[in-house]
Design a protein around this ligand. Structure first.
Ligand code: URA
Length: 184
């Protein structure tokens, strides 16, 4: 049974913010409904809007390579975004859009009950960990939040712009793999 079916249907017919008018597809999220590990990005880009799936464009392909590098299978994790609809020209999400959309993410976390949540990039970390989160200083650090652990890593799109950050990303991904193994 797909635990997310009803929520997905609600999300796909959502008109709670203006982004619904320009979306091709709602990008609800994808992955294993029994995943211990959840990744949360910012918002769909062009390829995600066209396909309805998160992280399938260039940034997503780079994320896949880091998952592979630490022996985590994409089929074993769950991937979602703060916003389910693409902001025009991939601009940053507006606070009002985040506020309208966050209920879907909260419900996804409630259903999934992951052991680890990884924020992909500063927008996600600022929304989910702390409004003044500094990704350059704090990436890879662990925060305990009741029933799960959280951390943030650089957004894969940032790694495309600045390949020197890839070393930090690999270190953080190894830490995520270790944490996951320790919680099994
Ligand atoms: N960037 C994101 O933050 N999310 C996606 O799904 C794709 C690119």
């Amino acid at each position: 049974m797909d635990k997310f079916k009803e929520l997905r249907e609600r999300c796909e017919s959502c008109t709670d913010c203006p982004l619904h008018a320009t979306r091709t597809n709602c990008v609800f999220g994808k992955g294993n409904p029994a995943a211990d590990l959840m990744f949360i990005g910012e918002a769909p880009g062009e390829q995600e809007d066209l396909t309805g799936e998160p992280f399938v464009g260039r940034a997503g392909q780079l994320l896949d390579r880091f998952l592979y590098a630490v022996d985590i299978r994409r089929e074993d994790v769950y991937i979602a975004n703060i916003l389910k609809c693409r902001p025009p020209n991939n601009r940053d999400p507006l606070p009002a859009e985040e506020d309208a959309c966050i209920k879907y993410l909260r419900e996804q976390v409630r259903i999934l009950q992951p052991k680890i949540i990884v924020c992909l990039g500063r927008i996600s970390a600022m929304k989910l960990i702390r409004p003044d989160y500094k990704i350059t200083k704090e990436h890879g650090q662990w925060v305990e939040r009741g029933s799960f652990f959280m951390t943030a890593v650089y957004h894969p799109a940032a790694l495309l712009r600045n390949p020197r950050l890839k070393e930090d990303m690999l270190r953080d991904m190894k830490s995520i793999k270790e944490k996951l193994s320790s919680l099994k």
